[in-house]
Design a protein around this ligand. Structure first.
Ligand SMILES: Nc1ncnc2c1ncn2[C@@H]1O[C@H](COP(=O)(O)OP(=O)(O)OP(=O)(O)O)[C@@H](O)[C@H]1O
Length: 351
């Protein structure tokens, strides 16, 4: 038994729109202070899950528990959003244009506090999100990133049990997105704020979260640490959705134990597969080097990206292609004959 209470527990949750089912039997638990990312392609139901937790969408089956309180059970129990102690940060802040920053953040502070207490608490929150002294500003005077910081301060004001972030950085340009991700992650961790981050951005999910839930087609496909999701995907589908990869036929029969025969030669395998299947290989697990002898592979693309050069090699019959990330310039040119080595043990999936 796990003695640690969950900050959020979801059991057998199903939900949809009218007759259109979206979420199918979702079960997951979040520990206090954890940052969980929900990662999935567009339309898989991420926002519906977040809105169900927030109480903005009625579930049809299962239950949602926040701390010790069950806030939704089947279609029969539905606690109103304002009584769930959740703070929501929507994709583009959705700040009221006519309210000042102080009024926006102060709005969420608990009733019963004096004006002076609210002003002090507001300033503390603005400090926390890196915008001290911005109380008098209005949304139109703020950048997109500043608006998102205010939306976070507003969500944190009533000291919620859980903060839900719905694609909070999607409207920002790349540089600002990276800064804000790092700042928000540090803030949530320092304060041990339990949070759920919905995103379709893999870098964001892997780089920010303590654990990641991969959702495919309304179901939980895998829950794990970013490293587990990336290196030991539960299925070929998860592996192909998260990160770059190539998939090739692999046959562990007629190969030494722990190895499989593939079009790239014998490769080491991870998960003890004994039947023919499909190996999933990441570009950083592939080494492409100038051919020592005659080779069936030629360089078909060289792409410089700054920190790495991406080299693609293709077999002369066109059937097999491998991609490799290599730091710097490997002095390979289009058309060069090459050898391909798989440098790490990789998973093999059935089929
Ligand atoms: N109000 C609605 N009425 C009917 N169907 C809806 C409604 N909102 C969403 N859907 C449908 O539910 C499914 C899941 O939508 P949802 O917004 O939860 O997905 P998502 O994973 O958040 O997608 P995205 O990353 O594009 O925001 C989609 O097929 C969508 O068309």
């Amino acid at each position: 038994m796990n003695a640690r209470p969950s900050a959020l527990g979801i059991e057998g949750l199903s939900a949809g729109y009218g007759r259109h089912p979206v979420l199918d039997d979702i079960t997951l638990a979040i520990t206090p202070g954890e940052l969980l990312a929900v990662l999935g392609p567009s339309g898989c139901g991420k926002t519906t899950l977040l809105r169900s937790i927030a109480g903005l969408h009625r579930i049809s089956k299962g239950s949602i528990t926040i701390g010790e309180h069950t806030v939704a059970r089947d279609a029969s129990l539905h606690i109103a959003p304002e009584r769930r102690r959740v703070g929501l940060v929507p994709p583009e802040g959705a700040l009221f244009p006519h309210l000042t920053v102080a009024a926006t953040v102060g709005y969420g502070l608990r009733r019963g506090t004096t004006r002076a207490q609210r002003a002090a608490a507001t300033e503390t929150l603005l400090d926390l999100v890196g915008l001290p002294g911005y109380g008098k500003a209005r949304p139109a005077q703020l950048s997109g990133g500043q608006q998102q910081r205010i939306a976070l301060a507003r969500a944190l004001a009533p000291t919620p049990a859980i903060v839900l972030l719905d694609e909070p950085f999607s409207a920002l340009d790349a540089g600002l997105r990276a800064t804000l991700r790092a700042d928000v992650r540090a803030l949530l961790h320092e304060r041990r704020i339990t949070s759920v981050l919905v995103t379709h951005d893999q870098d964001e999910a892997l780089g920010m979260a303590d654990r990641v839930v991969v959702m495919l087609g309304g179901k939980v496909a895998q829950i794990g640490t970013p490293e587990e999701i990336y290196h030991t995907p539960a299925t070929l589908e998860v592996g192909q959705f998260v990160g770059d990869s190539i998939a090739i036929a692999a046959d562990p029969r007629q190969a030494p134990e722990g190895w499989a025969r593939t079009a790239l030669g014998a490769i080491p395998i991870l998960n003890g597969a004994t039947k023919p299947g499909t190996a999933l290989i990441r570009p950083e697990q592939i080494d492409i080097t100038p051919a020592v002898d005659a080779s069936d592979y030629r360089v078909t693309d060289v792409r410089f990206t700054g920190p790495a050069t991406i080299i693609t090699a293709t077999s002369t019959d066109g059937a097999t292609r491998a991609r490799s990330f290599t730091p710097g310039d490997k002095r390979l040119r289009l058309g060069d004959p090459v050898d391909i080595h798989v440098t790490a043990a990789v998973p093999v999936f059935p089929g």
